[in-house]
Structure formats: structure tokens, C-alpha cells
Design a protein around this ligand. Structure first.
Ligand code: F6R
Length: 241
């Protein structure tokens, strides 16, 4: 595992974007695994900037997002599809039909999860998977517990995750209680993983995930089993490393 800590946010962002851009330059048809949340936004902004400067193209690339809320209208500003359209897709030349986010409004959520898993497998493996980490160690929406589910599945979000996500909704009660997420096994199939964490509030979970025991009680700790992980941390998140 390569763990890089940056004093400047800008350097973290250009490094992350540079890794993705280099992949796209050497493999224009790359399959990107993408995440929402605050952690990847600076990297998306850098990628948009590089695209505008003619340094990178997404024209032949495809993407798969980790997760989506169940039951939130797709055009809701907080759906992960809206997030991706707003934060990245509409600013670059990726073809929208080549971008994939689980359909959180599918009439049969379990069937949608099976379909999504199949789609990732058919197009994959994902070349580079961008990940954030929850304060409880979740990756995607794989929440801590005695068991983990390998493939894409519906998950009941934990209280702490609902609280963390309440900042994006008018009230706690408006936060969707379920999500669809790629499973840990699906995530670990990616050729390379790029884990991003920012802020002192992530320092403890970063230490637990990367230096602690490998356990389903901290899903991110399973990344220690992957042969090709790069971790990008700001000074705060990297405080204990
Ligand atoms: C988002 C996702 C989540 C977030 C995590 C961290 O697609 O799968 O696991 O990466 O909750 O969120 P932020 O980056 O907002 O701290």
C-alpha cells in the first residue's frame, strides 16, 4: 500500500487527477470506478481543468459509480446520479450513456443490484477505483458489522451514516434510509484503488483501516488485502500515519 500525505490540498488533487489522466492517456477506453461525497470533488475539479486545457479526454471511457440511494428521485439534487452529472460528467466529454450509477428507483431493487453487478463484470475489471471512507470505516455503503456482502446489494444505512449525510438534506428525516452499493468483493476486483481522505476527523479511522486488523467491523481494512492501493491523505487525515 502506498500512503502519500500532502501539505497542500492542491497537490493532493493534482496527484489524484494525474493518476486518472495518465490512465486515460495510456488507455482511452479505461473503466473508471467513481465515488460521490466530499472526498473526490477536488480531484474531479482538477480533471475538469485538465480536460479544458486539452490534457485529458473521457470520450472513450466508461464509468461505474459505487452506490446510490434507494427511492430518491433520480433528478433530486442529492441523488448520486445528479451529483456525478453536476460535479464531473457535464463538464467533460464522457458520453452519458457510458456512465453507470445503480438505479435506486428500480421496481425490484435486488434484481437491479444483480444487474449492476453483472454490468460491472461484463465491462470490467475497473481500471482505477476512487474511494472515500466513512467515519465508521465504510467504503461504498458497506457498513461495519459481523458480515459483509460481496456483490452489489441493498443496504440499510447505519445511524452514523444517516447523521453524516443529513448535512446534505433539509432534515435528518429526509435522508434516505437505504442505498444500493457495490460490495467489498466487487470493489476489490478493481486493478488499482485510489483511497482519498481529508480532515482530522478522518485520522483515527484511517489509522484503524490501514494499520489495524483486517476485519468486517472496519470494511476499509479489507483494502489491506489488495495488491495495488494508493492512499491520498491531507495532513489532517494523515496525522497518525
Ligand atoms: C460515496 C461513498 C461513501 C463516501 C464516504 C465518505 O460514493 O461511497 O463511502 O466515500 O461516506 O464521504 P465523504 O467523502 O463525504 O467524507
Amino acid at each position: 500500500m502506498n500512503i502519500w500525505t500532502f501539505d497542500q490540498e492542491k497537490d493532493l488533487n493534482t496527484t489524484g487527477a494525474g493518476l486518472i489522466a495518465a490512465l486515460l492517456q495510456s488507455k482511452p477506453k479505461a473503466v473508471l470506478g467513481l465515488a460521490t461525497g466530499s472526498s473526490p470533488v477536488g480531484i474531479y475539479n482538477e480533471l475538469i481543468d485538465m480536460y479544458r486545457r486539452g490534457l485529458v479526454s473521457f470520450a472513450n471511457a466508461s464509468s461505474f459509480n459505487l452506490d446510490e440511494y434507494v427511492g430518491l428521485p433520480v433528478d433530486h439534487s442529492e441523488s448520486y446520479r445528479s451529483f456525478m452529472n453536476e460535479k464531473l460528467f457535464k463538464h467533460v466529454d464522457i458520453k452519458l450513456e457510458n456512465t453507470h450509477v445503480p438505479d435506486g428507483n428500480a421496481p425490484d431493487p435486488d434484481a437491479e443490484c444483480a444487474h449492476y453487478e453483472q454490468l460491472v463484470n461484463d465491462h470490467g475489471p475497473v481500471d482505477i477505483q476512487l474511494l472515500g471512507i466513512g467515519h465508521n470505516g465504510h467504503i461504498g455503503f458497506n457498513e461495519p458489522g459481523a458480515n459483509l456482502t460481496g456483490g452489489t446489494h441493498v443496504v440499510d444505512l447505519k445511524e452514523e451514516t444517516l447523521k453524516a449525510n443529513a448535512r446534505f438534506f433539509p432534515s435528518f428525516d429526509d435522508v434516505p434510509k437505504q442505498a444500493m452499493t457495490m460490495g467489498v468483493a466487487s470493489i476489490l476486483k478493481a486493478k488499482q484503488i485510489l483511497l482519498v481522505a481529508r480532515g482530522e476527523d478522518k485520522a483515527e479511522i484511517i489509522r484503524t483501516a490501514l494499520r489495524g486488523p483486517i476485519t468486517t467491523e472496519c470494511p476499509a481494512s479489507l483494502l489491506q488485502c489488495h495488491p495495488n492501493v494508493i492512499v491520498l491523505l491531507d495532513r489532517g487525515a494523515g496525522r497518525f500515519m
